[in-house]
Design a protein around this ligand. Structure first.
Ligand SMILES: Cc1ncc(COP(=O)(O)O)c(C=O)c1O
Length: 406
């Protein structure tokens, strides 16, 4: 198979379904928060695989779990349970509000499970037509037809009609709109505590509290989508822990496996037990290999050292980015929580976030966008301080070029 030895970026265009537009370079190796491409060029990674590589690349703890489990049992199917998945479920339950866990392979699947469970809750309530789902404009919940419809960005769903019915979108952080819309026919409200893809926008404490009260009042399930904010990203294990609000169902993925695909829906017994055998399922969900890696990653992250370290690192980012902004004046705001950081471009630079990310790549820095106007960073939770500084120097060079070339 000699053609597989040196694939190049052109091969992407030739062989891959064109739903992505990846950078021109191809990373081939990573260690911590450094990466190298095919040409040996080195990069600092502030993107973290879009909030996934919580321990950076090739972390020894994750590698050890992968290798050890890889030599024992990869997959067995859900006709049998397995030891790693039971350990991981126990870790999640003992560290959160939840009583039970359903495992899957991605964030979209976790949300799909949550939305299906919400519909079942509505059905079992005995209340007529209790199937309305409240979601929010600008939200992102995944790419299955149900989750992309729940997402509040029509550009991702409009080409795929007919879409699932019964989902209503409200403006984010608008409690009056929620009060007007949530009623006896509502079975669930799904919300991101921080809208990640939508531009790193934090839900206000009053908004989340209000949603909790409205759900309680109308017997609706409150679902927190913590696919992006979960597993230490904000400096707490889950972002709901930074608020006074506890959801009924929470979805988690991305950082959960530190780069190995896994997702989970966690729920209180009251709702989890409304799913019965055969109601939902998956071939791979909770397989031993994914669970063993996630278990090791979760144990590593769920410590005061790592979680407090996220806050310390966030401070270093904030100081560095504010300093850069004092110099270039490109951003209207630097926002987010912990290591979910959004640099919001001023109106005159609207639509240019991708250009900045491309320049950053050329300067040896991996960064992300969150919509057209926000440059986003979601680095490893344990990125070294000197790498943050080095990455910010590269970002400095990218911004200087942006200012000069614009
Ligand atoms: C908040 C949120 N929910 C769901 C998803 C979908 O997750 P996945 O891409 O793993 O299906 C994402 C992905 O970016 C996300 O940020």
């Amino acid at each position: 198979m000699s053609q597989n030895i040196h694939p190049n970026r052109q091969d992407f265009n030739q062989y891959m379904v064109p739903v992505f537009a990846p950078a021109q370079f191809i990373p081939v190796r990573g260690e911590g928060s450094r990466l190298w491409d095919q040409a040996g060029k080195e990069y600092i990674d502030f993107a973290g695989g879009i909030a996934v590589n919580a321990l950076g690349h090739a972390h020894p703890v994750a590698v050890k779990a992968l290798v050890e489990q890889g030599q024992k049992l990869w997959h067995i199917g859900n006709g049998y349970t397995n030891e790693p998945v039971l350990n991981l479920a126990k870790q999640l339950v003992e560290s959160t509000f939840a009583d039970k866990v359903f495992f899957c392979n991605s964030g979209a699947e976790a949300n799909e499970a949550a939305l299906k469970l919400a519909r079942k809750v509505g059905l079992l309530s005995g209340s007529a037509n209790k199937n309305k789902i409240i979601a929010f404009q600008n939200a992102f919940h995944g790419r299955t037809l149900f989750t992309v419809t729940a997402g509040g960005q029509p550009k991702y769903s409009q080409d795929f009609a007919p879409l699932p019915e019964g989902i209503q979108h409200l403006p984010f952080n608008d409690l009056d709109a929620a009060r007007a819309a949530i009623d006896a026919e509502t079975c669930a409200v799904i919300v991101e505590p921080i809208q990640g893809e939508g531009g790193v926008i934090t839900a206000t404490p009053e908004f989340l509290k209000g949603l909790r009260e409205l759900c309680d009042q109308h017997g609706a399930v409150l679902i927190f989508d913590e696919v992006q904010t979960g597993v230490g990203r904000t400096g707490s294990l889950y972002a709901y822990m930074n608020t006074e609000v506890t959801p009924d169902i929470l979805t988690t993925a991305k950082a959960l496996g530190g780069g190995f695909p896994i997702g989970a829906m966690i729920a209180t017994d009251k709702y989890a037990n409304m799913f019965v055998v055969g109601d939902h399922g998956t071939t791979y969900g909770g397989n031993p290999l994914a669970s063993a890696v996630a278990s090791a990653v979760f144990e590593f992250i769920n410590t005061p050292e790592v979680l407090n370290g996220v806050r310390t690192r966030a401070q270093i980012f904030a100081e560095g980015l504010n300093e850069l902004n004092a110099r270039y004046g490109l951003f209207e705001e630097i926002r987010g929580q912990g290591l979910l950081i959004g640099c919001v471009l001023k109106a005159e630079y609207a639509g240019k976030a991708k250009d900045i990310v491309t320049l950053a790549g050329q300067e040896g820095l991996l960064a992300l966008v969150a919509g057209p106007n926000v440059v986003r960073f979601t680095p490893s939770l344990i990125i070294a301080e000197e790498q943050i500084k080095e990455g910010l120097q590269r970002f400095d060079r990218a911004l200087a070029r942006f200012v000069n070339e614009k």
